[in-house]
Write a protein that binds this ligand. Structure first.
Ligand SMILES: *[C@@H]1O[C@H](CO)[C@@H](O)[C@H](O)[C@H]1NC(C)=O
Ligand SMILES: *[C@@H]1O[C@H](CO)[C@@H](O)[C@H](O)[C@H]1NC(C)=O
Ligand SMILES: *[C@@H]1O[C@H](CO)[C@@H](O)[C@H](O)[C@H]1NC(C)=O
Ligand SMILES: *[C@@H]1O[C@H](CO)[C@@H](O)[C@H](O)[C@H]1NC(C)=O
Length: 241
């Protein structure tokens, strides 16, 4: 039985079962903000114990943790994905962790090179928030395109589809809900590849969600979009390393 603590990752080992399942969590860039509708609050636990509490609940997909300061440590578990842009309040020292899946759902595409698991929903056109809910039901969220590898993957995938399916922008997981003009991915990372020549992002407070289209040559480009347009979208399920 192994017990791993990797940079920014916690592997909690459930020792009560013989089969030795491991639960892996990833720390996201969503700090010092508390989301109020938590499942449970615990005090005086280590971060690993907090991860274990979350592991014990099948639906727990995130937890937030405040280390011991002058007060006891605090652990909050959630039966939903906490994402940057969600309604939250300022709360010092708090960090948030995402539960990672063991495997890619059967109807998703798995890219082994980058360990990325994704699915394009082309038939069910939805508003951004409803698309996000559907991705959550799959155990994930709207695709996070914060690395060149993941953008290349998405671009190649789109280019492999029949042309009519790629002429319209698809929702992915970028937004500026938290602060106008400050674009963030759902995990709070801020690496965006806005096209240099275009005017995007251009919509101000009426366009808070990101969409992507592939380019004939080169890499995919982003658009800010009205979040209530009915659009196709791409989901991602985060996998353990
Ligand atoms: C847990 O997830 C299942 C399947 O998605 C759902 O039916 C159930 O209502 C969820 N339970 C809670 C407490 O959220
Ligand atoms: C410690 O807890 C008290 C009472 O709940 C609270 O007023 C205070 O702000 C807390 N201090 C810190 C550093 O979190
Ligand atoms: C993953 O995606 C990249 C970019 O599209 C591609 O070059 C690579 O062959 C893919 N790997 C697998 C195993 O599908
Ligand atoms: C877009 O986000 C800003 C905050 O960045 C908010 O003030 C505005 O109401 C949002 N617009 C819509 C249409 O939800």
């Amino acid at each position: 039985m192994t017990r791993l603590i990797v940079l920014l990752l916690i592997v909690a080992v459930n020792q009560t079962r013989g089969s030795c399942p491991e639960y892996v969590f990833k720390k996201i860039s969503f700090n010092s903000r508390l989301v109020l509708d938590y499942l449970q609050k615990y005090v005086d636990l280590s971060v690993k114990e907090c991860a274990e509490r979350c592991s014990e609940v099948p639906n727990c997909s995130s937890f937030s943790y405040k280390p011991e300061t002058t007060n006891n440590s605090e652990c909050y578990t959630y039966n939903k994905r906490i994402w940057s842009g969600i309604a939250s309040t300022q709360y010092d020292y708090l960090s948030t962790y995402w539960r990672l899946a063991d495997s890619c759902p059967a109807d998703y595409i798995y890219n082994r090179t980058y360990n990325v698991c994704y699915k394009k929903y082309a038939e069910q056109l939805m508003a951004w928030g409803d698309a996000m809910d559907l991705c959550e039901q799959d155990g994930g969220y709207l695709f996070i395109g914060n690395t060149m590898d993941k953008l290349q993957l998405l671009n190649d995938y789109f280019m492999s589809l029949p042309p009519p399916l790629i002429t319209v922008a698809h929702y992915i997981g970028g937004n500026d809900f938290q602060q106008e003009g400050i674009w963030e991915w759902l995990d709070g990372s801020k690496t965006f590849n806005w096209p240099r020549s275009g005017a995007e992002p251009s919509g101000g407070t009426s366009e808070n969600c990101t969409g992507v289209k592939p380019k004939e040559s080169g890499i995919i480009s982003f658009f800010d979009m009205n979040c209530y347009l009915m659009r196709p979208f791409v989901c991602e399920v985060p996998l353990r390393p």
